[in-house]
Write a protein that binds this ligand. Sequence first.
Ligand code: AHG
Ligand code: MN
Ligand code: MN
Ligand code: MN
Length: 344
Amino acid sequence: EEVDGTRTDIITLSSFILQEQRKYNSKYHDKGTSIIQEASGELSLLLNSLQFAFKFIANNIRKAELVNLIGLSGVINSTGDEQKQLDSICNDIFIEAMKSNGCIRVIVSEEEEEAILVDSSGSYAITCDPIDGSSNIDAGVSVGTIFGIYKIRPGSTGSLEDVLRSGNEMVAAGYTMYGASAHLMLTTGHKVNGFTLDTNLGEFILTHRNLSMPIYKNIYSINEGNTLNWPPKIADFIHGLKVAPEGGKPYAARYIGSMVADVHRTMLYGGIFAYPCSRGKGKLRLLYECFPMAMLCEQANGMAVNDKGERILDLTPKQIHEQSSIWLGSRGEIQKYVDFMKQH
Ligand code: AHG
Ligand code: MN
Ligand code: MN
Ligand code: MN
């Protein structure tokens, strides 16, 4: 509520995580279920270490131009991207934070050829895109960090098998978008909550509780430059969005070219975000782009499928940088795509 213009219902990410943990503990304690690992609050510890990494990265993004941190690092990464200096620096920050929190056994990063195995007594594995949208970074467009969290399998000491699993097995996922403010969207499997970094307090503050996407919205977000390389039926579907319905308006096109920014707009306004196969190949990576965004969408009452209409979270990668097509966003809109592909 407002008291002379200042909010007094401030909930920080740290207190939110503890509240969630208490809710989780009380739910299971009542049933007498042993929840040793959760009672230890290890996931809470991990999420707090993640928010430190995001604050550190946000700081680097803000001053990138000033300390000439932009431009190429000269490295080509495993999916053939020209790595930017910021990709590399933010990758190092993220990996150091994950190595030092004692919760992580396996780290997968877009900027690391192989999975990193960490010698710790942790129970979790994490996948990450340290800077998504980095091709735009020199132009000042919003970029972000995307992450997905798995609990390592019972008895595992941390191996590739802990991350080459279907998206259904993720226990948490989210992203932080470094725009005018830093926005963190997080799900631990129970809805989606959004937090905004207050740089004066140095805290992420709850600003979007139990976020839910509109079922329908006439916005589509796709790189039309690839139109001639899509399967023809997909080009037909996108063309159909441009035909205004009787007395209505055609869809609006919005494409930023940074997945985190395009998905953030879709989470807030609704609509369709798609990156179909181009010349038969998917571009976005399953483990650290498609899976986390698909989990967030589904937890916000949305949908996420591939070109064939298969649910993204049902897929299982065979290698850590496996790529996939993706269609995500408002449930009603994605269903239209799935129905169209079935009929034609
Ligand atoms: P990244 O910067 O992590 O390599 O990801 C770039 C991705 C994603 O952010 C975006 O949706 C897509 O590349 C844009 O690809 P096009 O430039 O081919 O549209
Ligand atoms: Mn890249
Ligand atoms: Mn990316
Ligand atoms: Mn990236």
